[in-house]
Design a protein around this ligand. Structure first.
Ligand SMILES: *Cc1c(COP(=O)(O)O)cnc(C)c1O
Length: 293
């Protein structure tokens, strides 16, 4: 059986004069890192003898797509992934998550998922971004690890912060955790995130607390202030964060710093493979060198 290296470690950092604990889920596995390793943990561990093929859909650069390609490779399953369309720059010049997923044997198809693949024989269908109940298994383990950390560091109360896409991770974490979970929407707005929470859990007392930025950021677009945040984080902590979710997460955390009365644990949810395509885009736009060079 394939083993993830768990529990992930916790680092203590200083950033802009404040201290934080960082849960290093980016280090869970060389290939299968972070958030998606947690969300797909169940599929890694359970026997599922009838499954021959994973089917999913979403964007052609998503972290979930890449992680599913790793899962499929580990389990010896086929992997078919459906996208609206493949941008020509990507098919001419494959990079980042897209390229790595192709290298893992992903079959990428333009169009909708055919009905016979949604619940076909031997098919494991995974909704976009891994938004589903099976994620609760891995996330309850994450909540346990955090609780163990809190107890062993003799921290009376801890606040947890992580940026959200579908909100699946934040929601299940809040459900299984005794600590308060704070998050910010990176993909849609606050209303979108609330709807996502409600789809998975009708009891709002189990929902994470949503914090917002002053400015609106569109997912996947480039913003100077987000890039500067990422760079500042790297310079001060020597930790490479991800470029789609983390900069907004830190922006929001920073802005609301005073409302936190307890020590803060920030969850580094991995996804660094995606930086291989985001960084060149940022470099082209702002013409800066990166710490990797
Ligand atoms: C997928 C992902 C998220 C979002 O997780 P959700 O459970 O969809 O909210 C955040 N950060 C990284 C790095 C991710 O890969």
């Amino acid at each position: 059986m394939y083993e993830l290296s768990l529990p992930s470690r916790v680092d203590e950092i200083e950033f802009d004069g404040c201290s934080y604990y960082i849960k290093r889920d980016d280090l869970i596995d060389r290939d299968f890192s972070g958030n998606k390793a947690r969300k797909f943990h169940y599929y890694l561990q359970s026997s599922l003898p009838n499954i021959k093929k994973v089917v999913s859909h979403g964007s052609s650069q998503s972290n979930a797509m890449y992680s599913l390609s790793v899962l499929a490779k580990i389990r010896g399953w086929e992997f078919s992934y459906f996208v609206d369309h493949i941008p020509s720059y990507l098919s001419e010049n494959p990079q980042g998550n897209y390229r790595a997923a192709l290298d893992n044997g992903m079959k990428i198809i333009e169009g909708e998922v055919p009905n016979d693949l949604l619940d076909g024989d031997g098919v494991l269908f995974v909704p976009e971004g891994g938004r589903e109940e099976s994620a609760s298994y891995g996330l309850s383990l994450l909540a346990d690890e955090i609780e163990q950390f809190r107890i062993s560091y003799q921290i009376e109360a801890l606040d947890i912060f992580l940026p959200s896409g579908t909100g699946t991770t934040a929601l299940y974490l809040q459900k299984y955790s005794s600590s308060k979970v704070f998050t910010t929407p990176c993909v849609g707005d606050e209303e979108y995130l609330k709807r996502q929470f409600l789809m998975l859990e009708s009891d709002e007392t189990h929902h994470p607390t949503i914090l917002n930025s002053d400015k609106r950021y569109h997912f996947g677009k480039l913003y100077r202030d987000l890039y500067d945040m990422w760079q500042r984080l790297y310079d001060q902590t020597e930790i490479e964060f991800e470029l789609l979710y983390d900069p907004k997460g830190w922006m929001v955390l920073h802005k609301h710093r005073e409302i936190f009365t307890n020590p803060i644990l920030y969850i580094h949810q991995g996804g660094l493979m995606g930086n291989q395509s985001m960084l060149p885009r940022y470099r082209r736009k702002y013409n800066k060198t990166t710490p990797r060079e």
